[in-house]
Design a protein around this ligand. Structure first.
Ligand code: SF4
Ligand code: SF4
Length: 239
């Protein structure tokens, strides 16, 4: 049963990578910004809005863990190299990136005097993006090969910071949300650490009963790989 679930997620990731040429625009932060620059909400901005609302209840699970083709590409590559992005300090770099992203978006909206409307495919075919999106795919692939699985997600992704804020907000306003639950019968085998695509020390989280982590994408790999069923999902109001 457990192996079946692991396989299902692997198939989902593989499908996301296969359909990356089609999905790249749909989930592209570049397309979102290019649309905003001309005052238009594009499909990728809409998808991101849905992710943000879902993050209140489901954290980064659906967005980062199960539907982002860029994350899937990094995870598939990361599985081959078996490298993990372990540096906690380096993961702080994403905050200045997030601020820069906010400044660009806010400046663009102010400059054109506010958003003008919705045109889902407004920036498709933009010659700049035809070059930028393949370059972006190449960059995240190289980063994950050099610095480990999901290195871009952990160290740079501004959308991930937005979704973490959404997750925290959900907890703050006390609505039921998805999180990890600790069953306290750990044998310290560290299989959870080996399986975590974000390079988290899950064994430490369990031993210290600190199951919240800003970099956790609630992918469930630690749950499925733990032989003692120590970790589970829980959907409830978090204290
Ligand atoms: S895989 Fe399970 S038993 Fe092994 S260290 Fe992690 S939580 Fe503990
Ligand atoms: S701690 Fe578990 S659920 Fe969170 S990212 Fe790591 S493997 Fe996925």
């Amino acid at each position: 049963m457990k192996n079946g679930k692991i396989r299902t997620r692997t198939y989902i990731l593989a499908l996301l990578v296969i359909f990356l040429p089609v999905l790249a625009n749909l989930y592209s932060p570049l397309l979102m910004v290019e649309g905003i620059k001309i005052g238009i909400i594009t499909l990728s901005a809409l998808v991101f809005g849905v992710w943000l609302i879902l993050s209140l209840f489901l954290g980064r699970s659906i967005s980062c863990g199960y539907t982002c083709p860029y994350g899937a590409l990094q995870e598939i590559l990361g599985r081959y190299t078996n490298k993990k992005p372990k540096s906690k300090k380096a993961s702080q770099i994403r905050y200045p990136f997030f601020v820069l992203f906010l400044i660009i978006v806010s400046y663009s909206i102010l400059k054109i005097g506010g958003l003008k409307g919705v045109n889902l495919f407004a920036s498709n075919g933009n010659p700049k993006l035809v070059i930028l999106i393949p370059l972006f795919i190449l960059l995240i692939g190289i980063l994950s090969l050099i610095f480990g699985n999901r290195a871009f997600c952990k160290y740079l992704c501004p959308q991930g910071v937005f979704l973490t804020i959404g997750t925290k907000l959900g907890r703050k306003i006390k609505i039921p949300s998805l999180h990890l639950k600790n069953n306290h019968n750990c044998s310290n085998c560290e299989l959870c650490n080996k399986s975590c695509p974000m390079g988290l020390d899950v064994n430490y989280m369990v031993k210290n009963d600190k199951m919240e982590n800003l970099n956790c994408i609630l992918c469930g790999e630690c749950i499925e790989n733990c032989p003692k069923n120590v970790i589970n999902y829980s959907f409830s109001i978090k204290d």
